[in-house]
Design a protein around this ligand. Structure first.
Ligand SMILES: Nc1ncnc2c1ncn2[C@@H]1O[C@H](COP(=O)(O)OP(=O)(O)OP(=O)(O)O)[C@@H](O)[C@H]1O
Length: 315
């Protein structure tokens, strides 16, 4: 639900490229002191949306409000942005790169360096602040890039895939950094394919499919959209379809075949339990490589809300 106090509000955003790709109807609202996950398969339109919000691309239609008013260049200075294409110069030193980004957003040289040093210390890179970006590991370079977005103490962070390239330790450090930013009243909108990170971090999620918002709401509401059923891996397509139908269910492929086998989502009526499905599979002599009940979490909800197009491709 959109509120007058939202730091970001996007309504009916559309942009079509000559290539035919683009977005058609994106809506997002981000409240102060909240973290929103922006989720969609490759090509769904996440980066295009973020670029429109930042004013890097002019949309064909739609409204973008920042901090309660139509987005202006002035308001966009209050945003910290992590682009999908990481763009730091390998020869730059970590603290210089961060301070440079802070200077671009109007901080004095002294404040910019103070901010850079404090952030590097905070993320455990205090001893590496004079290292060149090219001498850092990929994960540390990525952390420095995230700090560039944070350096001018923005009110809103827009992050395109902040977890890509980070190992689990670095991911967890970045998660705490974001949680700290939120606790200080900052708001974050981040795109990701990392469902577990989104599940741990988000207050709200926006799910995008084929350039359209198909779900926007609290994380718990999204999880409640998870269907009842099981993920089954088998090589016997005909047997699986027959067994699913026999118990009143419906089977959809989740991927193309892995060797001989395919991963299926079997959706069941609420009254049909998992053992009933297992029995039906056994009665039809379906070889089962894996059987896992569908969990009520973000990933299951994502498959339910955003994947029909993908499933059709796989079918
Ligand atoms: N500059 C551009 N010129 C032409 N087509 C573009 C351009 N930018 C994006 N597209 C197309 O628009 C669609 C949405 O792309 P976008 O990069 O926004 O998706 P995404 O959700 O960020 O994907 P990913 O998760 O792979 O980063 C795609 O079909 C893409 O090919």
């Amino acid at each position: 639900m959109q509120k007058a106090s939202d730091v970001l509000r996007v309504e009916g955003l559309a942009k079509r490229f000559e290539s035919g790709g683009g977005i058609d109807a994106v809506s997002i609202s981000v409240a102060p002191g909240s973290i929103t996950g922006f989720i969609g398969i490759n090509g769904a339109g996440k980066s295009t949306t973020l670029r429109c919000i930042l004013g890097l691309i002019t949309p064909d239609a739609g409204r973008i409000s920042l901090f309660g008013a139509t987005a202006t260049a002035q308001a966009r200075r209050r945003i910290g942005f992590l682009p999908e294409e990481r763009g730091l110069f390998p020869r730059d030193r970590a603290r210089d790169a961060i301070a440079f980004h802070a200077r671009l957003k109007g901080l004095s040289q002294r404040s910019a360096y103070a901010s850079a040093d404090c952030l590097l210390e905070r993320i455990g890179l205090g001893s590496r602040l004079r290292d060149r970006i090219g001498d850092l590991s990929k994960g540390n370079a990525q952390r420095v890039q995230i700090l560039c977005a944070l350096a001018h103490a923005p009110d809103l962070l827009l992050l395109d895939e902040p977890f890509s390239g980070l190992d689990p330790v670095a991911q967890s450090e970045v998660v705490s950094l974001f949680a700290e930013f939120r606790a200080g009243g900052g708001a974050i909108l981040f795109s990701t394919h990392a469902m577990a990170a989104a599940q741990n971090l988000c207050d709200r999620v926006v799910i995008l499919a084929n350039g359209r918002t198909v779900f926007e709401g609290e994380l718990a509401e999204a999880a409640a959209a998870s269907p009842h059923g099981a993920v089954v891996v088998t090589s016997d397509e005909a047997g699986l379809l027959t067994a699913a139908l026999a118990v009143g269910g419906e089977a959809r492929p989740m991927s193309s075949a892995i060797g001989e086998a395919t991963r299926w989502r079997v959706l069941l009526p609420p009254s049909v339990t998992h053992p009933v499905l297992m029995r039906a599979l056994a009665e039809h002599a379906v070889p089962i490589i894996a059987f896992e009940p569908i969990k009520a979490d973000l990933e299951s909800a994502f498959w339910q809300l955003a994947a029909p197009a993908k499933e059709r491709q796989a079918a």
